[in-house]
Write a protein that binds this ligand. Structure first.
Ligand code: 3PY
Ligand code: MG
Length: 255
């Protein structure tokens, strides 16, 4: 197993677990990379991670067996190209609600003829150990493009979204999905509306042969999602681990 095997491992039927980084701290990413996480996600949408941080965090994790993915920013194809050029194993694109959004995302993450990714993969090509020609022809299969399902619109358009060539996975954001399905009333991934929506996502993923992934707010939810058939599951953020680890230590210390 190596960090670059992310897509092959999913194809082989493994269920992979990822830590979620919000802090722009290469050393923290490296510490997570040295543990048993299959992957870490660098969150450029809600985390404090910018273009340059992505490069620094990817290189910090290099040398471990942990894969690195980036959650991109809506309507920002720059971060997608830069992250792929830095050698990440996948992009998780938020708020892919329509077939047009999915096409935009597939264009940004794939070289022609599938998309319009621009050439300049210095580090990614070195990591893959490939020359220019082989990288140009192989790169589209080296990473996974995850379209985030976070709204009622995305559910309505789910078949069109996963039918777009170059989209390899659906990744559910159950918090935003709950907000959307309850018209701004609730943010609770355990609600029945969300549970029913997860079946829609799992069935569409199976119909189209794309990977189903999901963000889990708690380990209990993560286990439930794995048993339902999700194959890529987030299991906690760096900030959450810092807070809960610190709270547990303090309570042991002070009694
Ligand atoms: C959501 O649950 O909406 C997410 O985007 C998870 O990060
Ligand atoms: Mg979200």
């Amino acid at each position: 197993m190596s960090a670059t095997d992310f897509r092959q491992r999913l194809q082989a039927g493994e269920t992979l677990y990822t830590a979620w980084c919000l802090l722009a701290e290469p050393n923290a990413a490296e510490m997570l990379g040295r543990q048993e996480w299959d992957a870490i996600v660098l969150d450029c949408q809600h985390g404090y991670i910018d273009h340059l941080d992505v490069l620094r965090m990817v290189t910090a994790v290099h040398g471990t067996d942990t894969s690195v993915l980036v959650r991109s920013i809506p309507n920002d194809e720059g971060i997608i190209g830069k992250a792929l050029d830095a050698g990440v194993q996948g992009i998780i694109a938020p708020m892919i609600n329509t077939v047009e959004d999915a096409r935009w995302f597939a264009q940004a993450s794939n070289y022609p003829p599938v998309g319009q990714r621009s050439w300049g993969p210095g580090r990614a090509m070195a990591m893959a150990g490939l020359g220019k020609q082989d990288f140009l022809h192989g790169a589209n299969d080296l990473s996974v493009a995850w379209a985030m399902v976070e709204t009622a619109d995305a559910l309505d358009n789910i078949d069109a979204i996963c039918g777009v060539e170059g989209i390899n996975g659906l990744f559910v954001g159950p918090n935003d999905l709950c907000v959307s399905l309850t018209n701004g009333e609730h943010v609770d991934p355990t609600r029945d509306e969300v549970k029913r929506a997860l079946d829609v996502v799992l069935e569409a993923a199976a119909r189209h042969g794309v990977f189903p992934g999901i963000f889990a707010n708690t380990p209990e939810l993560g286990r439930e999602f794995a048993s339902r058939g999700f194959v890529f599951i987030s299991g906690g953020s760096d900030t959450g681990m810092l807070t809960s680890g610190s709270a547990s230590l303090l309570s042991q210390l002070k009694g």
